[in-house]
Ligand binder design. Structure first.
Ligand code: GL2
Length: 799
């Protein structure tokens, strides 16, 4: 089917069409059109190309079993380049455009990121959509069309300042509004219209186009004219605003419960609309089969974390209240439909909703949940459990609804997102459930799509790989990368690989100069930590180590040291004071170090503003070192670690999340492992005293003291004092240094010394890069999604 698209391009219909589109939407002559006009018209033309295959796919898969990915977040980024890559026409379109004088890169920059997610969890959902389409799996995505994505970050005097992100204010070329499929969603105090916007998800050169359906909340009537005419303007618009509020903005908290009515309304809103959509389609598409007992033959729903778990009572509600099914039957049907993925062991992220909030959102759902809880309690009592023994399983406990318990009790599968994480779920977080139903638990180690994270973002490395392997098939069978290993001792090839990295570093250096106004040395080691700012991810460990290096170099300017550029990027939740302090600290250390002529030829520190998917696409290919330094046991998986690996960066990391699997696949000797293990930390959990590390080690004391010595200034925000206190002056009853920075500090410094030494040996280094790339196949989200399809969803590939 991909040929169909090539044909259309070849006959040059594409350009003819494109110019027609351009003129139709602008009413301008070609010369007068702006880059933005040209971008818009290009979207239209590509959507036209996709259209036919999209309709075909819908028709062909209409009566097939499907999996549904329910996710409050889809962190998509830009679509233009990625769609062209997946359609297999990237180079051709670029060429055709240049023939009529259009510079592709210039117009590409008119696309805003669709940043409908916070971080890893949202980006994983986007990678899964890409992989499912590429592997020919029937996967439908359901989510929220936030009018404002994650905030845009500005750095002002070193502080994070948040700005709005109205990414669709000038329209959105990649969605189709489907009014005919709109649904009514009822809350206790209002009813709104849920309008679906469908985005095509293009498989890689296979003619498959799946659908991501995002719901937008709207009022029934745009405007209450009666009220308007009576000069009650405020009231007239207020209903409209109240409806639109529901999908106005993405909560910018990564792994923190919001506990707010509006947040639960968002969750219920998209789950209700999606469940209604599924049931309605089922009734239309399967008339001969239409017994609801068969519903689970055709549908399986993967719940992306606790956010969409409200879909469980909603399905029961729709079956019972709207289709006349008995409660017990509805529950039995529901039990076969839902599978749950957990993405974190941090307690602050496991959602529990106050019952009064749930009551305010939808009383009927609360009633259904209470009924399920009663059934659970009866079942345990019948088995002879005491009240105390039942407690950890309760869905309804202390006036709160425990969403994870609901999903595990009613669902048929629970999975973690990396091997270690799943073990922690079994041994600890959900141990009570595991003891009862071990067969429910399974691991699905995360992955990333090689299309966006290599084929698109690193064209040079991509061609290198194709050249060496003599095939392009690795783009959808990433295990083929293993074939690169035979070049591990081929100096010419290693040199070539080194030069590609250098090219990407040069590009990034130019980009950073343009965007951040700072000149960096492209020959220095590029050591990068990009991810959400969080204490457990320990960006402050990285910063403290930079201070340590800075002081060392100051004292001993001639010491042996390979110049290094430390790069940070990431957003802090707007209400997370300490994470914002970490951003200020990174920026302040950068300011001091970069301005110091004694060291700034050897040491540079950059905090890139507004880290997002589009910036990430430039950073991963240019990295030498991937910083993955979370406290062992805390990072469920990580996926940035995989993007670095795939692009030939070496991991400097703890034994945490998927780092462990990266070390296993690529060899610890080809990476830099450091720090305490989960077991070691568990052992010292109750006895650890950070002050000991501080007072016994002058290097540690020196860097910790520098937080409050006045050397680095926090503009009287007390942010640095706050970090200092957390490390060694804990509050009454607390231990201090919750995330074991001081415990791991020396090991971290040592690992860095090794990096710094070994980078000098170009061939050895390049060899390690090659081996990492060659062993990155396992981390393709194609592998992950096929594991979900085979083990949990039981859906086949369409070939
Ligand atoms: C996360 C985990 O923290 C991260 O380790 C994991 O890779 C992703 C995807 O599974 O999920 N959990 C979470 O709530 N966010 C994550 O990034 N936001």
């Amino acid at each position: 089917m991909g040929d169909m698209i090539m044909d259309k391009l070849k006959k040059n219909k594409f350009i003819e069409n494109y110019i027609e589109n351009l003129q139709r939407i602008t009413l301008k002559s070609f010369e007068d059109t702006s880059d933005k006009d040209r971008y818009d018209a290009l979207c239209d033309s590509i959507m036209e190309l996709i259209n036919e295959e999209w309709r075909d796919c819908k028709r062909k898969t209409r009566n097939q079993r499907k999996a549904y990915y329910f996710s409050a977040e889809f962190l998509i980024g830009r679509s233009l380049g990625n769609n062209l890559i997946n359609l297999g026409i990237y180079d051709e379109v670029k060429e055709l455009l240049s023939e009529i004088g259009i510079d592709f890169e210039a117009i590409e920059n008119y696309e805003d990121d669709a940043a409908l997610g916070n971080g890893g969890l949202g980006r994983l959902a986007a990678c899964f959509m890409d992989s499912a389409a590429t592997q020919g799996l029937n996967l439908v995505g359901y989510g929220v069309r936030y009018r404002e994505g994650i905030f845009k970050q500005k750095i002002e005097e070193g502080f994070q300042v948040e700005h709005g992100d109205s990414w669709i204010k000038d329209g959105d070329g990649w969605s189709i509004r489907v009014d005919s499929d709109a649904k009514i969603v009822r809350f206790r105090d209002q009813q709104v219209k849920a309008v679906p916007f469908d985005m095509p998800v293009v498989g890689f050169e296979n003619g498959v186009v799946n659908t991501l359906r995002l719901w937008q909340s709207e009022p029934f009537e745009e405007f209450d004219f009666a009220k308007f005419n009576n000069y009650e303007y405020d009231e007239a618009v207020s209903e409209k605003n109240r409806a639109e509020d529901i999908t106005r903005v993405l909560y910018p908290n990564d792994m923190q419960r919001a506990g707010k009515v509006l947040r639960l309304k968002q969750q219920y809103f998209f789950c209700s609309a999606s469940i209604q959509d599924m049931v309605e389609k089922y009734k239309n598409d399967y008339p001969e089969d239409l017994k609801f007992e068969n519903f689970s033959k055709y549908h399986v729903i993967q719940l992306n974390d606790t956010h969409p778990i409200i879909a469980i009572p909603e399905l029961i509600r729709v079956l019972v209240d709207e289709n006349g099914i008995f409660f017990e039957d509805a529950l039995a049907i529901t039990r076969k439909v839902f599978a749950f993925t957990n993405h974190t062991v941090l307690q602050e992220a496991l959602e529990r909703w106050d019952k009064d909030i749930m009551l305010e959102v939808n009383p009927r759902c609360l009633e259904i949940i209470e009924k399920i809880n009663d059934i659970l309690v009866d079942e345990f009592k019948a088995k002879g459990y005491s009240d105390d023994q039942i407690d950890p399983y309760r869905i309804d406990r202390f006036e709160q609804i425990h969403m994870a318990n609901l999903a595990i009790y009613v669902g048929f599968s629970v999975n973690g997102v990396a091997a270690l994480h799943t073990e922690i779920l079994k041994d600890d977080t959900f141990n009570h459930w595991y003891k009862l139903r071990p067969e429910m638990f399974n691991n699905k180690t995360n992955g990333i799509t090689p299309r966006r994270w290599l084929v698109y973002s690193n064209r040079e490395l991509s061609s290198f790989i194709t050249g060496k392997l003599g095939t392009e098939d690795w783009k959808y069978q990433l295990d083929l990368l293993k074939g690169l290993e035979k070049y591990a001792d081929d100096e010419k090839v290693l040199e070539e690989l080194w030069n590609i990295k250098q090219t990407k570093k040069n590009e990034l250096a130019r980009y950073i100069l343009e965007k951040e106004g700072i000149k960096i040395d492209p020959k220095s080691i590029f050591d990068i930590q990009i991810k959400r700012i969080h204490e457990y991810k320990r960006q402050h460990l990285n910063i403290l180590h930079i201070i340590y290096l800075y002081h060392k170099l100051k004292k001993n300017p001639d010491m042996e040291f390979t110049p290094t550029t430390f790069i940070f990027g990431g957003k802090a939740a707007p209400g997370y004071f300490r994470a914002k302090g970490m951003i200020k600290l990174a920026n302040e250390v950068a300011r001091v170090v970069n301005a110091d002529p004694d060291v700034n030829k050897k040491l540079k520190v950059i905090f890139v503003e507004n880290y997002r998917v589009t910036y990430a696409e430039k950073l991963f290919p240019a990295a030498d070192i991937s910083e993955q330094i979370s406290t062992a046991g805390k990072e469920a998986s990580g996926t940035g670690n995989m993007k670095f690996m795939l692009n030939g960066a070496l991991t400097l990391g703890t034994l945490d999340g998927a780092n462990i699997e990266i070390f296993e696949h690529a060899g610890e000797e080809n990476n830099y492992r450091f720090g305490a293990t989960v077991e070691e930390l568990n052992e010292i959990m109750d006895t650890y005293n950070p002050v000991e590390f501080y007072s016994k080690d002058p290097d540690i004391k020196d860097v910790v003291d520098s937080l409050v010595s006045g050397e680095f200034k926090d503009n009287e925000s007390y942010m640095f004092l706050d970090i200092y206190n957390e490390l060694i002056k804990p509050q009454e009853g607390q231990r201090g240094d919750t995330y074991f920075l001081l415990k791991d500090f020396k090991a971290y410094a040592k690992a860095h010394e090794k990096v710094n030494r070994e980078y000098k040996n170009k061939m050895e280094w390049s060899r390690k890069c090659l081996i990492n790339i060659a062993n990155a196949g396992f981390f393709s989200s194609d592998r992950t999604i096929l594991d979900y399809a085979n083990d949990i969803w039981k859906i086949d590939q369409n070939r």
